[in-house]
Design a binder for this molecule. Sequence first.
Ligand code: ASP
Length: 366
Amino acid sequence: MSGKMKIAVLYTGGTIGCEGSPLAPVSGELFRKRVYALPCFRNGCIRCSEGDIAFCIEWTTNPVDSSDLMPLDWVAIASWVLERYTCYDGFVILHGTDTMSWSASALSFLLQGLSKPVVFTGSQLPLASGRSDAVQNLLTAIMFAANFRISEVTLFFDHLLLRGNRSVKVDSRSFNAFLSPNYPVLGSAGIDLTVNSTVFLNPPGGSVSLDEQRNRALRKIEFSELRQALPEYSVIALTLFPGIQAGIVDALLTLSPSLKGIVLKSFGSGNAPASSGFIDALARASDKGVVIVDATQVLSGRVQMKRYETGYQLQRKVHAVCGHDLTAEATLAKLICLTGRAMIDGSGREAVERGIETVLCGEMTL
Ligand code: ASP
């Protein structure tokens, strides 16, 4: 494979590898056999004008519908990348579309210091189906990973290359299923592949770069500690709706004593009902050490906690932290990752809150 760009592809399941009715993912062996049999993938080699690309396909132990993926799987995917880091020029993660934005966000936090492209993709129709978008998505994701210096986790779908932690699934029927409402697209695929490198993350400095063996070794230790810590705590997303009752928040606390964080999917620019029962219930959670992030349920725009009294009360009475223009998906992934880190190093709630308000890998704009 010398002289060629080398890309490692991980198949985790999702529609791209599904068959049957109802749809369910096929095994990794079968999926790879089907991909390699396609003329454009020629047993793991793609011919393109920029130079040939060699790729391999590996798979997770049990490829699943992405509805079944959990935070522990995020760590497993990140570990897979880390273990192959020096052997490949880039990585493609084949993933179901339903929770792809959560996984791509989580990977961006777990793989901070990334100096190579990690591109998530999948498809709306299975590879085996006649009108499938799978071939174009896989082929183009590999080409983006091989031909551009992108030091971040991205998501390619249909014709758009998006920052992973800014992406949102917006359509379950169209091939054009993902957008990043609060951030420009990183690239697009028409007749040519084009990128807007001015909106890329800067390559990481040596002290944090995963190019450094020492940093990779430290990260591996962190992943194994995170695997131990993750089952010990929970973080939830709570979507507000008119008439939400205090009892719901109390029940969540009672049922989940290990609750460490709430992504409060608030209204508009970060607002919540002022009913004292509801606010008191959130305040009780906060007093018990639960980190509450004010993250709007609106697709585009940002949280401004001081704009309305109904938002400001969350800061004053509940000590909620501001989610700025984070997507709800990235907020949840960030809160889970930061909580895990805080549990590992014993740094506690303040560190998590500070982390939420800090831009870690281009996930928000202050
Ligand atoms: N249910 C599928 C999944 O997320 C949907 C898809 O891949 O498009 O695994």
